[in-house]
Design a protein around this ligand. Structure first.
Ligand code: DX5
Ligand code: ZN
Length: 227
């Protein structure tokens, strides 16, 4: 049984965007593992958020690993900018490019760790012939595009199925869960096999809690959970 606690990747789209450095320092002090950037182009998802310059700005003030989630059509068009901005992990959506393998290889050649992301309705077998190229598989538990959405329950079993698929291939890729990772849902996500939790408005940026309190409560929620 895996007893490593899950990593927390704090979703900066939920931070106070007028006080990013203050929130990044609070996240560092609270002990989050990674910083998560939800990049949206208004085409792959009906929203536009952060860009490569924002990633570069945070790179300049933090040594935490930068976990960049490209919710963009044809992500291969933007790899140079996000690699140059200092991304440590670059996740692309299987639904967003015709050339999965080539794009994943370009990410690794560019010095970042490649990850694949699946929308809630996308079957796991979509990654069948690219799973050997990834360091992380991201399971969306909300339809991407907005913070504050409710978990899609049918996406939960995909986490355990993903774990099985990766184990069957001898892959030790991380399994990240992104979407409504709340104090209530996180234990089940970890029990299914999640090793990285994207923490946004449902947890570390939860209304009424300090960042420190939100991180503490998320860590406590999953402390006893074994995968
Ligand atoms: C969805 C986003 C959210 C974001 C905020 O596209 O990726 O999942 O992380 O997290 P929540 O869902 O907690 O507001
Ligand atoms: Zn994300």
């Amino acid at each position: 049984m895996d007893t490593q606690p899950p990593k927390i990747s704090a979703s900066l789209m939920c931070a106070d965007l007028c006080n990013v450095e203050r929130d990044v320092r609070a996240l560092e002090q609270a002990g989050v593992d990674w910083l998560h950037f939800d990049i949206m182009d208004g085409r792959f998802v009906p929203n536009i958020t952060l860009g490569p310059d924002f990633v570069r700005a945070v790179r300049a003030i933090s040594d935490l690993p930068l976990d960049v989630h490209l919710m963009v059509e044809e992500p291969e068009r933007y790899l140079p900018q996000f690699l140059d901005a200092g991304s440590d992990i670059l996740a692309i959506h299987v639904e967003a490019t015709r050339h999965l393998r080539r794009t994943l290889q370009l990410i690794r050649e560019g010095g970042a760790r490649p990850a694949l992301c699946l929308n809630p309705a996308t079957p796991l077998d979509a990654i069948e012939y690219a799973a050997d190229l990834i360091d992380m598989l991201v399971i969306m538990t909300v339809d991407p595009g907005f913070a504050g959405q409710k978990l899609i329950p049918t996406a939960l079993p995909k986490i355990a199925e993903a774990k099985e698929l990766l184990r069957a291939r001898g892959s030790d890729a991380e399994i990240q869960v992104d979407g409504n990772v709340s104090f209530e849902h996180a234990p089940e996500m970890v029990a299914q096999g999640a090793t990285v939790l994207v923490a946004g408005s449902s947890s570390v940026f939860r209304k009424g809690l300090s960042i420190e309190e939100g991180v503490k409560r998320l860590r406590a929620a999953v402390a006893t959970q074994e995968r």
